[in-house]
Write a protein that binds this ligand. Sequence first.
Ligand SMILES: Cc1cc2nc3c(=O)[nH]c(=O)nc-3n(C[C@H](O)[C@H](O)[C@H](O)COP(=O)(O)OP(=O)(O)OC[C@H]3O[C@@H](n4cnc5c(N)ncnc54)[C@H](O)[C@@H]3O)c2cc1C
Length: 258
Amino acid sequence: MPETQLNVRLLSHTPDPVTAIALAGRLCYSDSDILSLREGVRGRAPQFVEKLASLGHLSPFEHASFTFGAEGVSRALLAQITRHRVASFSVQSQRYVKQNGGAYLVPPSVAALGEEAVARFEAQMDAIWNFYGEWLAAGIPAEDARFVLPNAAETRMVFTMNARELLHFFSLRCCSRAQWEIRRLAWCMLGLVRREAPELFGHAGPACVSGACSEGKMSCGKQAEMRKRSEALTVLASDGAEDEAILSWVLQNIYNEN
Ligand SMILES: Cc1cc2nc3c(=O)[nH]c(=O)nc-3n(C[C@H](O)[C@H](O)[C@H](O)COP(=O)(O)OP(=O)(O)OC[C@H]3O[C@@H](n4cnc5c(N)ncnc54)[C@H](O)[C@@H]3O)c2cc1C
């Protein structure tokens, strides 16, 4: 059975998201009509957006949406990311898509134990998929046969978050307290949107990247390291790095920061 690895892409986003947010924010404080407002924010949108963020006036950030495609992620990740209720999800169905030959994720902690441990993990996955195949062969529908599948089983999804939700998501899921798989996904998403809209996401990430740690006694105490990591991602993003380069940076740098 095949092992798989994270792949995430930014599929689309609101055109000119910074202007969309600035226009909406400006409208709240102006008696101008829409077209004059649009003219007025031209060239000054980044300053407006920064001002809105500093005031904590974040509802205008909901006018810009970002749609991602992710694969090579586990059902364990799915359970976590779908807790973010403000996002929209379309997920590959285990009812309609038979998982024969299905892929799975090997956790880095198992991989770190060496080849023997990985072979053992793979054998366990093979056994599970054999159970699954047995139930399908016995005429049990995929929606019930899937009950034996593991959390490691791969899934694919398309999901959309607005900029406000993304800022919140990054604060929780880029933090070293978040679980490694969703943390990797989050840093990858951060790299992709920071490249497209640095004015919105330049300071996004765990709280410690732009201020004090929000984790209290649970703090990892690695604020300096986290800031360095965020700066390295900014350099990559501002160089217009390809998706693959961002993904590869994340796979190399985001895992063992606890
Ligand atoms: C490190 C970590 C460990 C976790 N451990 C666990 C765990 O052990 N068990 C567990 O069950 N979950 C756990 N979670 C999940 C966590 O409790 C949240 O469900 C998840 O992070 C989604 O966050 P959210 O509710 O802020 O996000 P979103 O759903 O993205 O909501 C964004 C914001 O909108 C507002 N909002 C949304 N819906 C409502 C609502 N109905 N009422 C009021 N305000 C609303 C809130 O301000 C919320 O912060 C963990 C998360 C993290 C990051």
